[in-house]
Design a protein around this ligand. Structure first.
Ligand code: NAD
Length: 294
């Protein structure tokens, strides 16, 4: 069992810290808000007066804070972790922060020979309560191995993202896609309602199509990811079908921002001569626009 400091006891941090306690770790906890600190004290944790106090004699220092600025303050600010942390300790930031801020923190700590890894989490606060978070570990293999038994007290699955800074990067991609998809899904559901269709009908149709399953595991593996752009379903036809939906939506006064933006991408791909390529060639088109497929 380890001596752990836990800083940031909100919606996520409080249940994560509780689970570490339940698994028998010795915990020192700190939050600006004294309420969760008191509650954890009642459950057996030690209350720290500041991050410095929490970090003293701790083997692991976990931060779960709203943003990178606060993570920096807690580590490098007045009475910060840096003032007491041992050179044997490992600081694990589990917050979702800007990857470049995370890199900056790791580099500053590395200059002082202090180890740092990013380990943001996927899933929700319900999973934080049940200890079933998905943990995206960004560290050296040695750091990930060292932290894994502690991380598994809070999550049911650890994905080694492949090196320092990679956990926070993959978290960003995951959130980008699921947050944008949420808006696209809302547009599809709204169009469905405006067309007088029960959402349940659309859901049962889409259950077996890329609309619900996504493209990564359905259309892409045997086409664009293999370099095969011969058409199974042409970009021209995808563009036409998207246009039909946008036209109907327009007549029903349903705004489709995500849909309209997508059509522009297909239009641009057609203008670049990709109309008769498979619709998965959209990946190649977007990569080309980003200057990546040289
Ligand atoms: P929250 O706002 O509920 O909790 C943040 C806690 O940090 C609060 O208790 C606050 O008092 C404390 N805090 C702020 N500044 C502090 C400081 N200087 N020193 C000590 N404590 C300080 O946020 P949350 O929902 O627990 O999210 C924490 C992190 O987890 C965020 O980066 C968030 O993006 C990420 N996350 C949240 C969820 C979710 O479903 N809520 C899911 C995955 C990841």
């Amino acid at each position: 069992m380890s001596n752990i400091a836990f800083i940031g006891l909100g919606q996520m941090g409080f249940p994560m810290a509780s689970n570490l306690l339940k698994k028998g770790h010795t915990l020192k906890v700190y939050d600006l808000n004294r309420e969760p600190v008191k509650k954890l004290e009642e459950l057996g944790a030690f209350a720290a007066n500041n991050p410095k106090d929490a970090a003293e004699n701790s083997e692991f220092i976990i931060t779960m804070l709203p943003n990178g600025q606060l993570v920096k303050e807690v580590i490098f600010g007045k009475d910060g972790v840096i003032e007491s942390v041992s050179s044997q300790a490992l600081i694990i930031d589990m917050s979702t922060i800007h990857p470049l801020e995370s890199d900056e923190i790791r580099q500053q700590l590395s200059c002082k020979n202090i180890e740092f890894m990013d380990a943001p989490v996927g899933r929700t606060s319900d999973n934080a309560i049940s200890g079933t978070l998905l943990i995206l570990a960004g560290g050296t293999d040695e750091q990930v191995n060292r932290a894994s038994s502690v991380l598994l007290c809070m999550g049911s699955e650890i994905i080694n993202a492949g090196g320092p800074g990679k956990g926070i990067r993959v978290k960003l991609i995951n959130n980008f896609m699921s947050i944008a998809l949420n808006a696209l899904s809302a547009e599809a559901a709204t169009l469905c309602e405006a067309l007088g269709l029960p959402l349940s009908t659309a859901m049962s149709v889409m259950a077996g199509t890329p609309a619900n399953k996504g493209h990564f595991t359905t259309t892409w593996p045997n086409k664009v990811l293999k370099g095969d752009l011969s058409p199974a379903f042409m970009i021209d036809l995808a563009h036409k079908d998207l246009g039909l939906a946008l036209d109907v939506a327009n007549k029903l006064h349903v705004p489709l921002f995500m849909g309209s933006a997508s059509r522009e991408i297909y239009s641009q791909a057609r203008a670049k001569g990709r109309g008769r390529q498979d619709w998965t060639a959209i990946l190649e088109h977007v990569r080309e626009c980003a200057g990546l497929n040289k």
